[in-house]
Write a protein that binds this ligand. Structure first.
Ligand code: C2E
Ligand code: MG
Ligand code: MG
Length: 760
């Protein structure tokens, strides 16, 4: 048979069941006093610990007689206010006797032994429950702490990944403030950075929990004010505990009821640039060490983000800017151009591109040195920027090439107006290393409405046209420029092939004694014996050969052929000089002097039989290296002639300064002699100039007898032209030489007296 449970075991089991469901100790204590009072049928029950009441039942809300209940531990009979006399029984939770269950029964009736045992057992149960619950609570607290820690680590990881992925910097900083707000649970969280434009001031970059009306008031704040301002000024974490009373506080925030604030400095590449802050409106919402830890960890992340951004910015700037002028470079320009064209595609506007190339940059660089060249480029960049509108983008592509992107123009006229302004600006002298330099520019213009257009290439082509059109001007792109370019490219590759196939031949044109027609020498003139186009004259390929420097190897061959031919004719026909043309491109080659020396040595031609013809432009260009080369050529013993005299610059200074031997009067002056009185005067001036400088004067392009006679009258003894002989292959000239030498001159009118005796 089963033994029925006693009254007390029954009561205890129920008590245990009731108390053990409590989720925490506060709840368990409340349930315990209720159940104890019920089970023991008493009016009052309480839990007393360390001189204070933790839970009580049997008293009106808010009037628990704490002192009396505490005293009950030592007094079995009590007079409780509002209750009257009652008998009490007390039972400790455990042996430490720190906490007690107190029960009281109104009136004289005391407690039975069984009731006392029950009360003691209940007290033990409460003690055990408490200990269990406390363990659980601790565990929960620990778990929560570790969850917060995990959450913090998780957020830090996210932020770091965002930094590494180079997410938008503002977005990263904002997410840091968001994390701060979530992880600390504080009323406000924000980030301030020092204003780059005014380092005594800070600007709010991101915030959470700040009322909009306050936000306006504290968006800007001086360095040194508030927790954040102090953290920035002192470069350390700053806690303001009593915000309303602290002298460091921002008055606006204090007025708004901020109670405490904690700020940690944020750095960029080691230097303080801002602060991360949490604040609270409730003094009880204390700022713990854990909050400080979170704040500092996030401030560290903000520092990493800012440092990384600064490095990326620097790298970005480097990648997209020209280091000399600071202007956007080609890559940046192309990027913006693409963007502008994308916009143009969706609107009516056009995109304009100006392609600008300086006209005399090489001269500056060669004669004044690279430092001067750099200084000029910087000044050009500044001047270019200064004549543009706000939205226009100037760029430097390298060398002396600049470009301008004009966004949203209405057509090429508008771009032309900008280009005209740029050209005007470039014409004004530049001061470089203390001297004034005049450098003009050539500008090509192209406009487009779609991305498929090759607007940059077109502007480049137009610039090329402006250059070849005479520089210091602008040209607007036209489609046939493209065809011309294709032709030019074909011609260039054709020229190279011609060199390989040895298609260049040299023709000679006699230079004669005007009075007698006697052949005194010959000028070597190159021709291209083209397999399909026939004999191509120099005008059809020399300009391109000069530009591509193919003139250097071509000229070398002409020089050798001419020297060999001269030696041959010297042997067969006696005294004569051979003239060979040199273009500026050849003269700028360091090897030139050696080439001439080799040609003379290999052919055996005495140097005095060779005349090198150069144009005025070469003598005018103040390139010291070229001048030195000319002096060295002169030292070899060759003669120097100025070709096409009168067509170049007007300064005659070089005639005096330079060791010249021959002056060739340009055909246009010779033509003038037969045409008009003024022409005669001009030709006379030139001939006399040559004479007074003790130069041999040769009239070029003589076609008419009147021209020959006119020249003779002016005192010019020598000439060249179709009237005497057209340029022809060596065999033809050889025959001519044999004939004229044999007859002592051509069938010409009687020679007139000249101021000079023997021909040179
Ligand atoms: P240039 O040195 O002034 O040569 C004289 C040019 O005038 C030659 O033209 C010649 O054929 C032409 N000419 C001669 N007499 C008359 C005439 O009575 N009437 C007319 N209308 N023309 C006459 P070409 O051969 O076409 O050469 C043109 C230019 O090409 C030369 O002018 C020279 O600057 C350049 N050139 C020719 N051969 C060479 C060369 O081997 N090297 C270099 N660097 N340039 C060369
Ligand atoms: Mg010539
Ligand atoms: Mg000439």
């Amino acid at each position: 048979m089963t033994v029925p449970p006693t009254w007390s075991t029954q009561q205890l089991a129920e008590f245990l069941a009731a108390v053990s469901v409590a989720p925490d100790y506060a709840c368990a204590a409340r349930l315990a006093v209720e159940r104890a009072a019920e089970a023991l049928e008493v009016e009052i029950a309480a839990i007393v610990r360390d001189g204070a009441v933790e839970a009580a039942i049997g008293f009106p809300e808010g009037s628990v007689p704490e002192a009396e209940l505490v005293a009950a531990v030592d007094h079995p009979v009590l007079a409780l206010p509002g209750v009257g006399a009652c008998r009490t029984a007390t039972a400790p939770f455990d042996d430490r006797r720190g906490a007690w269950l107190v029960v009281g029964r109104i009136g004289q009736e005391g407690f039975t032994a069984e009731e006392l045992v029950l009360a003691r057992s209940m007290a033990r149960v409460i003690g055990l429950t408490e200990r269990g619950l406390r363990v659980l609570e601790n565990e929960r607290a620990l778990r929560e702490a570790s969850e917060r820690q995990t959450a913090l680590l998780g957020r830090l990881g996210e932020i770091q990944r965002a930094i590494v992925r180079r997410n938008d910097r503002e977005q990263v900083l904002d997410s840091i403030v968001q994390a701060l707000s979530e992880l600390t649970g504080h009323d406000t969280a924000f980030l301030r950075l020092v204003d780059p434009a005014d380092e005594s001031s800070t600007v709010m970059i991101a915030s959470r929990g700040i009322a909009p009306e306050l936000l306006e008031d504290i968006r800007h704040a001086p360095v040194g004010m508030g927790a954040s301002g102090t953290a920035i000024a002192e470069d350390r974490t700053v806690l303001v505990e009593d915000y309303g009373a602290d002298s460091r506080s921002n008055p606006a925030s204090a007025r708004h009821g901020v109670k405490t604030a904690l700020a940690a400095p944020v750095r960029r590449q080691g230097a303080v640039v801002g602060a991360l802050v949490i604040g609270t409106y409730d003094a009880a919402n204390a700022l713990t060490d854990e909050h400080r830890e979170v704040l500092e960890a996030l401030a560290e992340n903000a520092s990493i983000a800012l440092t990384d951004a600064a490095m990326v910015d620097a790298a970005f700037h480097q990648a997209f800017h020209d280091s000399l002028t600071g202007l956007p470079n080609r890559a940046a320009f192309l990027d913006r151009l693409d963007h502008a064209l994308a916009i143009a595609e969706r609107s009516d506007a056009e995109v304009g591109v100006l392609f600008l190339d300086l006209d005399r940059f090489k001269t500056v660089n060669d004669s004044l040195g690279h430092a001067a060249g750099d200084e000029l480029l910087v000044a050009v960049g500044e001047r270019l920027s200064s004549c543009l509108r706000d939205g226009d983008t100037p760029a430097r592509f390298g060398g002396d090439e600049f470009a301008v992107l004009l966004e949203g123009v209405s057509g090429s006229e508008e771009a032309e107006a900008v280009a005209a302004r740029v050209l005007d600006a470039m014409r004004r002298p530049f001061t470089v290393q203390g001297r004034d330099l005049i450098v003009s520019a050539s500008v090509g213009i192209s406009t487009a409405t779609t991305r498929s257009a090759d607007v940059l290439r077109d502007a480049d082509l137009a610039m090329y046209r402006a250059k070849t059109g005479g520089r210091d001007r602008l040209a607007v792109f036209e489609p046939e420029m493209h065809e011309a370019l294709v032709e030019r490219l074909e011609l260039e590759s054709d020229l190279r092939a011609a060199l390989d196939r040895d298609e260049f031949v040299v023709h000679y044109q006699p230079i004669v004694h005007l009075a007698t027609g006697e052949i005194l020498g010959a000028e070597a003139l190159v021709r291209w014996d083209h397999p399909t186009r026939g004999m191509v004259q120099p005008g059809g390929f020399i300009p391109l050969a000069e530009e591509t420097l193919l003139i250097v190897p071509i000229g070398r061959r002409v020089l050798r052929a001419a020297c060999e031919q001269a030696v041959h004719w010297l042997k067969r026909h006696g005294e004569l000089t051979m003239s060979v043309n040199l273009s500026a491109a050849q003269l700028s080659q360091p090897d030139l002097v050696q080439d001439v020396r080799d040609a003379l040595r290999d052919s055996g031609l005495p140097a005095r039989h060779l005349t090198l013809e150069i144009t005025e432009t070469v003598l005018m260009g103040d390139d010291e290296a070229t001048m030195q080369r000319l002096r060295e050529l002169k030292e070899l013993g060759v003669r120097l002639a100025v070709d096409d005299f009168g067509t170049g610059y007007s300064s005659l200074q070089y005639l005096r300064d330079f060791p010249l031997d021959v002056l060739k009067v340009a055909k246009s002056f010779v033509d003038g002699i037969a045409d008009e009185a003024q022409g005669v005067a001009l030709a006379r001036a030139i001939v006399e100039l040559g004479e007074s400088c003790q130069l041999d004067v040769v009239g070029e392009g003589i076609e008419l007898t009147e021209q020959r006679e006119g020249l003779l009258e002016l005192g010019c003894r020598l000439g060249q032209g179709f009237l005497f002989a057209r340029p022809a292959d060596p065999k033809t000239i050889d025959a001519l030489l044999a004939e004229r030498r044999a007859s002592g001159g051509a069938e010409l009118p009687e020679p007139r007296p000249t101021r000079h005796g023997d021909p040179v």
